[in-house]
Design a binder for this molecule. Sequence first.
Ligand code: MEV
Length: 306
Amino acid sequence: MKTGIGIANGKLILIGEHSVVYGMPAIAIPFKEVRAITTVSASDSMTVNCIYHNGFLSDAPKQLENLQAVVSATMERLGESEQSLRIEIDSTIPVERGMGSSAAVANSVVKAIYAYYDQVPDDETLFELTQISEAIAHGNPSGLDARVTVSDRPLYYIRGKTMEAFDIHLKGYIVVGDTGENGQTMLAVNALGERRKMDPAVIDGLIHELGELSERSKSILAGEDLEPLGVCMDLAQDALSRMGISNGALDHLIEAARIGGALGAKLTGGGWGGCMLALTKSLGEARQMEKILMQNNAKQTWVLAL
Ligand code: MEV
């Protein structure tokens, strides 16, 4: 039977979430420990099989509105809008945890549909189609998630301006801790937008502070001294907290990580739940940090070598 397969990895924002929406630089890393795999095959109607729904795509629940949009835009782009397919999505990327699940799923769906028609989308087409899904899922997406899910290398990104893939020279380990609470990117992005209208001087100040921390982190990643990266992460968490993006579950894991010896710790992604990052020097310390986070109610943990 003819099939098309698309695979996309998750992502971690090392620094610069939220401020990236307002044109500040951010650094994101492809996170290959988790990924979305979509398989497309022939069918006499358009159906989807994923954790949220198994049946006609047109009957899918509201949280799959972005999937409906990306499938129809992709079919249209390929000139195949009259065709029907069976779309099966299998993903190990925790949903709504700041790991770019929605962008990765959209990306894998686009690639799988293209593959089914023996085609490969270029990066720009893939980005544009993924952004259709992101705009529905997130409201005002900076494009960072859609870009990094296409990338094999870390990205230094400024919305609409710069997208530089680079290699990290610095040696160290990032431990990812999942609070087990769904993050709420769209609500957090909207809430920050409202706060900015009420108090532009304070919020713009924090946005710029985060932008500078991303710049500093970029040079630190090119060097050999790990401690300053931890300092930037702590300062970024402080700015994000003052913006109102953190929450109790994130604060608890971040505090536990710091007490447990992390060189720095911060939330990652949209906030208001989701995941946090802790920086350690060695793999042994990273494994120990995983234990500390699990003892402090993390739902799961991962380790990523920088
Ligand atoms: C979400 O993963 C990252 C945010 O900066 C939103 C965006 O960049 O679109 C919070």
